[in-house]
Design a protein around this ligand. Structure first.
Ligand code: BGC
Length: 910
C-alpha cells in the first residue's frame, strides 16, 4: 500500500475511533492459523516456514498494527507463554499472511507449537490464538536409513508387487511416524489397517529428478508386541506408459519403495526400515496401468499377509535398488483424496447381462464394486463419458486408453473391490459378468482428486450461468490430479501448460490453488531443458516434444504471476526466477530482429496458436505476443523481488518487441491485426502491445466481429479468457453478457443445453467425430469463470496489493441479470459481493475482511444517491456522510468509486 493510502486509512480509523462514543473493544483471538498454507501439517521440509492467520475483529476498519508470534517445543511451554523456539516479540506490521520464519533453522522431525496475538489499529492486543502445530519431515538424505527396495524384475508394464515385514514394538507406544514413498504408487498397511486416506501417493513429479515422500501418523496402528507392515505397489505415472504417442514410461521397473517407521515407546526409540530383510511377492493386481485400468484376481489374495504371524517363507527376497541420484522431498501439493461418493441415478440393461450405471454427472475417480458371485467369476467395469444410441457405453473418444477394470471373484461371501492404481473420467459404467440383476449398492462412484480446498462460490439470477459455473467447478476438480491435467479420461491426462495458464485465474477464484501451483512450478523447472533453457509443453515432461510452443511454455511465467496476484506469495517468484528467466532468454535468443516465431522443421506450423477455435487465427503473431507478455511479466516480477537491474533490462527490451509486433502484424487501415479474428485482435490489446491511440478501434473490430456472429464467440483456448473481460473493460459489457448467456453454438450454454455436466474440449464436441481429440472434461474453456467472479459479481485482487490485501469490488449488472453473488476465501478471510436490483434500486452487500482495505465501485444512474446502512453517504458528486469510512476516489454519472476499510457494508443506490 502506498504511503498516502496508509495515511488515509490510519486517519479514518482514528477518526472512526473518536466518533465512537465507546472505545473499540480489542480484537478477538486470531483464527485460521496456517503454516505454509496448511493446518497443523506433519512432514514439512521448508526449514523456514511461513505463517498465516486471520485477524478476528468484526469492527469496521479493523486492522492489524502489530503481532507477536510464540513458538514452543511443547504445548505446556506454549501455554505458559514460553517461546523457547522463537518469540518474535511485538512486531509492528500489518502483515498477517506468509510471515517469514525468524527463528533458528528447523531440523528434521522437529515438532513446534505456535500461537499468535494481534494488535488492532489503536494498539489493543488480542489474547493469544488457540495453538497450532507443525512437524518437520526428513530434511537430509542422511536421515533415511531405509533403502529403496523391490523385486528385481521389469515388465512393460511391470507386474504389481507387495512387500511385508514384521517387527516388535516395546511397551506403551507413544508416537509412531512412517516416512514412505514408492514408484509408481503405493498402498500402505500396518497390522491390516490401510494407512492414510490419500490415493495414488506419492503423486506425480519428474521421477528422473525427484520423488515426493509422505509422512503418516501411525501411532494408533502400532501395538506393543508383534506388528506387521505391508506395502503394495502399482505403476501409475511412473511405469504405465504415458501420452498419446504410444506410452512413454519413466521406467519399466522394478517397482520400488522406501519406508522408515520411527516409534517412540516407554522402552525408548525404535526404527523399522525397508531393506533386504523384507520379503516380496506378486500382488493380486495382475494388471494395472493408468489408462487401461486394473485387473484384480481375488483368488490370489493371501489372507493375513499384512498381519504378524503370516508364513512368508515362499515369498521372494528383495533387492536394494539404488536411487541416490533422485531427490526426495516432502509432498508439496494437497494429497489426492476421495471428495464424494456418487450413487447411480439409473441402471439400464441395453444388452442382456450388461448393466449400464449412469451416475448423472461426468466425473473422475473409479467405481467401487460390491458383489457376491462364484469363485472365478470375472466382472468387468467399462467406463465412458458417453453412450452409444443403443445405450451401451461409448469409448471411442478415449482413443487408445482401454479404461476397463476387471474383478475376478474369490467366491467368499460379499466381496468389495476398488481398482487402486488407476483413475477414470466417466459418467457411465457398463458392468458385465454379474451373477444377478444389480442394484444401487452394487456400484458406487468414488470421486477423487488433489484435495485442494474450495475457496469461492458464484451464483446469479441467470440459471444458465449457474449451470456453466457448476460445470467449470467439476471440470476443475476433475483435472487436479497431482498436476493440472488437460483431461482425465483418454490417453493423455497430462500437465498441458497452455490449458493451465488460461484457466489459472478462474481456478484460484474457485479453489485454494497456492500450494498446488507452487508444486507444479517445481515440476516444470525440474523438466526444463538443461542446455537451452526451454520448457516443455507438458509437465512433468514425458520425454516427448522439443521446446514448448508459444502460450504453452509461457505458463512458466504466467502461473507465478497469477499465484502472486491471488495469494501475495513472492516465494513462487523467488524460488523459480532463474528458470523463468531462462525461458524468456530462450525466446530472446531465438528471435530475429526482435521477432520470435516458434517453429519446427515444418515451417508452415507455428505452434498450437489459438487452439481449437471456431475461427482460426494466425499463430505467428501469437508467438510474438507471448514473447512480449512473458518478458513484460518477468520484468514486473524481477522488480517485485528486488532484482531491479534485471527488471530494467527486461523492460528495456519491450519497446522493440512491441514495435516489431505492430510492424509485422498490425493493419492500420482495417484497425485490425492480421487474421482479423476476435482472438487476433484481443491478444495485442490485452497484453499492451497495441498503441494506446488504437486500442479503442481495435476493440471495435472485436465488437463488430462478435456482432457479425450474432453475439457469439469464435475464439479458441487463448482468446476465450480475454473476450468477455476485454469487452467489459472497453465499455461493451452488454455484448459480453449477450455472448455469455448464449445457448446456441458456439457458447458455454450450448454445451449445457446438450447435456454437458463438465466443460468440453471443443465448442462442437457433440458434432465433431468422437474418435478424435474430443474430451468432455477439459477445464480450458472454463476460463470464463474469471469474468463471473471478477465482473458480474465483481471481486478482483489488486496486483499492487496482492493476495486480496486490497480488494477491488466492481459489480457489473447487465442484460436481464437481477442478482449476482460471489464469495472468495482470501488469505485474510471471506470477501463477499452480493447484489440485486430491487424496486429500481441497486442493493449491494459487501464483506471486506479485517486487515484489508477495498476499492468499491458502485454503478450509478444520473442523479443517483447512495445509502449505506441507514445513512445517505453520496449524492450530487459528493460524499455527504461517512467520511470516517469512505474516501471518494472518483465519480462520474455512471459510477462512484470509494476507498474503504474492512467491515460489512450494505449499499443502496437509488
Ligand atoms: C490437449 C490440449 C492441449 C493440446 C495442445 C491436446 O491434446 O488435450 O488440451 O493443450 O493438445 O495443443
Amino acid at each position: 500500500m502506498n504511503t498516502i493510502c496508509k495515511f488515509f486509512f490510519l486517519a479514518v480509523t482514528i477518526l472512526a475511533m473518536i466518533s465512537c462514543e465507546e472505545s473499540k473493544s480489542p480484537p478477538d483471538q486470531p483464527v485460521n492459523l496456517r503454516t505454509e498454507y496448511l493446518r497443523n501439517p506433519i512432514g514439512l521440509d521448508n526449514p523456514f516456514p511461513a505463517f498465516s492467520w486471520e485477524v478476528n475483529d468484526q469492527t469496521r476498519g479493523a486492522a492489524q498494527s502489530a503481532y507477536r508470534i510464540l513458538v514452543a517445543s511443547s504445548l505446556e511451554k506454549l501455554d505458559s507463554n514460553e517461546g523457547d523456539i522463537w518469540d518474535s516479540g511485538k512486531i509492528t506490521s500489518d502483515q498477517s499472511h506468509l510471515v517469514g520464519w525468524q527463528g533458528s533453522e528447523l531440523t528434521s522431525r522437529q515438532v513446534c507449537y505456535w500461537k499468535v496475538m494481534t494488535y488492532d489499529q489503536v494498539g489493543q492486543p488480542s489474547v493469544y490464538s488457540q495453538p497450532a502445530s507443525f512437524e518437520m519431515g526428513l530434511l537430509e538424505r542422511s536421515d533415511w536409513k531405509a533403502k529403496w527396495i523391490g523385486i528385481d524384475e521389469t515388465g512393460k508394464p511391470p507386474r504389481s508387487v507387495m512387500f511385508r515385514k514384521e517387527f516388535t514394538a516395546g511397551n506403551e507406544v507413544k508416537k509412531a511416524r512412517i516416512y514412505i514413498t514408492g514408484l509408481g504408487t503405493y498402498l500402505l498397511y500396518v497390522n491390516g489397517n490401510k494407512v492414510g486416506d490419500d490415493l495414488l501417493a506419492p503423486g506425480w513429479t519428474d521421477y528422473r529428478k525427484k520423488v515426493q515422500y509422505q509422512v503418516y501418523d501411525v501411532t494408533d496402528f502400532v501395538i506393543t508386541g508383534e506388528n506387521a507392515i505391508g506395502v503394495v505397489l502399482g505403476n501409475m505415472w511412473w511405469s504405465s506408459g504415458l501420452g498419446w504417442q504410444g506410452g512413454v514410461a519413466y521406467s519399466q521397473g522394478p517397482l520400488r519403495f522406501i519406508a522408515q517407521l520411527e516409534i517412540e515407546t516407554g522402552d525408548g526409540k525404535a526404527e523399522v526400515f525397508s531393506d533386504e530383510s523384507w520379503k516380496g511377492s506378486h500382488s493380486p493386481y495382475v494388471e494395472n496401468t493408468i489408462y487401461d485400468g486394473v485387473t484384480f484376481d481375488a483368488r490370489l489374495v493371501q489372507k493375513g499377509w499384512d498381519l504378524p504371524g503370516f508364513d512368508d517363507s515362499k515369498w521372494r527376497s528383495v533387492a536394494d535398488l539404488d536411487m541416490s541420484g533422485i531427490r526426495m522431498v516432502a509432498q508439496q501439493e494437497p494429497p489426492i483424496r476421495i471428495v464424494s461418493v456418487v450413487e447411480p441415478v439409473s441402471i439400464t440393461e441395453p444388452v442382456e447381462g450388461n448393466y449400464v450405471f449412469d451416475f448423472g454427472i461426468n466425473m473422475v475417480g473409479y467405481g467401487k464394486l460390491k458383489v457376491q458371485a462364484p469363485r472365478g467369476t470375472r466382472i468387468q467395469l467399462k467406463y465412458a463419458e458417453l453412450l452409444h444410441p443403443n445405450g451401451t457405453v461409448a469409448q471411442e473418444n478415449l482413443r487408445s486408453a482401454k479404461v476397463i477394470d476387471d474383478y475376478i471373484c474369490s467366491g467368499e461371501g460379499m466381496e468389495e473391490f476398488e481398482p487402486h492404481f488407476t483413475y477414470h473420467g466417466f459418467q457411465y459404467v457398463e458392468v458385465s459378468g454379474l451373477p444377478s440383476k444389480p442394484d444401487k449398492e452394487t456400484l458406487k462412484a468414488l470421486v477423487f482428486n488433489s484435495a485442494v480446498e474450495s475457496a469461492g462460490t458464484f451464483s446469479c439470477s441467470k440459471e444458465i450461468l449457474n449451470s456453466i459455473q457448476a460445470n467449470i467447478w467439476r471440470g476443475q476438480r476433475s483435472n487436479l490430479m497431482s498436476v493440472p491435467t488437460d483431461c482425465p479420461q483418454r490417453d493423455e491426462r497430462l500437465g498441458w501448460m497452455g490449458d493451465a495458464q488460461i484457466f489459472g485465474p478462474t481456478s484460484c477464484y474457485n479453489m485454494d490453488m497456492a500450494r498446488f501451483y507452487k508444486k507444479w512450478m517445481r515440476d516444470i523447472l525440474d523438466s526444463q531443458d538443461e542446455k537451452e533453457g526451454f520448457v516443455y509443453d507438458v509437465n512433468p515432461a514425458i520425454v516427448v516434444g522439443g521446446p514448448s510452443k508459444p502460450a504453452w511454455g509461457d505458463a512458466v511465467i504466467v502461473i507465478p504471476w497469477i499465484v502472486y496476484k491471488f495469494y501475495g506469495d513472492k516465494s513462487i517468484i523467488e524460488e523459480n526466477y532463474d528458470g523463468m528467466k531462462r525461458w524468456v532468454e530462450y525466446m530472446h535468443g531465438n528471435s530475429t530482429d526482435n521477432l520470435y516465431t516458434w517453429s519446427n522443421e515444418d515451417s508452415t506450423w507455428f505452434g498450437y496458436g489459438d487452439w481449437v477455435p471456431v475461427e482460426r487465427s494466425p499463430s505467428k503473431p501469437i508467438s510474438q505476443a507471448y514473447y512480449y507478455y512473458s518478458t513484460k511479466l518477468l520484468a514486473e516480477m524481477a522488480k517485485i523481488i528486488g532484482k531491479s537491474e534485471d527488471g530494467k533490462e527486461l523492460s528495456d527490451r519491450l519497446p522493440a518487441i512491441k514495435d516489431a509486433f505492430n510492424k509485422a502484424y498490425y493493419i492500420k487501415d482495417s484497425a485490425s491485426y492480421v487474421g482479423g479474428t476476435q482472438t487476433a485482435n484481443l491478444i495485442p490489446v490485452a497484453f499492451g502491445l497495441t498503441e494506446e491511440q488504437f486500442t479503442e478501434t481495435v476493440m471495435n473490430s472485436v465488437v463488430e466481429n462478435v456482432k457479425a456472429h450474432d453475439n457469439h464467440l469464435t475464439t479458441g483456448f487463448l482468446g476465450t479468457p480475454l473476450l468477455l473481460p476485454m469487452l467489459s473493460d472497453f465499455g461493451h459489457h452488454e455484448i459480453a453478457y449477450a455472448s455469455a448467456v448464449q445457448t446456441t453454438y458456439p457458447s458455454w450454454g450450448y454445451m449445457v443445453e446438450k447435456g454437458a455436466t463438465t466443460i468440453w474440449e471443443l465448442w462442437n464436441s457433440d458434432t465433431e467425430r468422437p474418435e478424435g481429440m474430443n474430451s468432455r472434461n477439459h477445464f480450458a474453456y472454463g476460463s470464463v469463470g474469471e469474468w463471473y467472479y471478477g465482473y458480474l459479481a465483481g471481486i478482483r485482487p489488486d496486483v499492487n496489493n496482492p493476495g486480496f490485501k486490497r480488494i477491488i469490488i466492481r459489480p457489473m449488472p447487465a442484460g436481464d441479470l437481477i442478482s449476482a453473488k460471489a464469495s472468495v476465501m482470501t488469505p485474510y478471510g471471506k470477501v463477499l459481493s452480493d447484489w440485486e436490483l430491487k424496486d429500481g434500486s441497486f442493493i449491494l452487500s459487501v464483506t471486506i475482511p479485517a486487515n484489508t482495505t477495498a476499492e468499491i465501485h458502485l454503478p450509478l444512474k444520473e442523479g443517483s444517491k447512495v445509502m449505506e446502512g441507514e445513512s445517505e453517504i453520496y449524492s450530487g458528486g459528493k460524499l455527504t456522510r461517512g467520511k470516517e469510512f469512505f474516501k471518494l476516489t472518483s465519480a462520474t454519472d455512471s459510477e462512484v468509486v470509494l476507498e474503504t476499510v474492512s467491515g460489512n457494508y450494505l449499499f443502496v443506490v437509488r
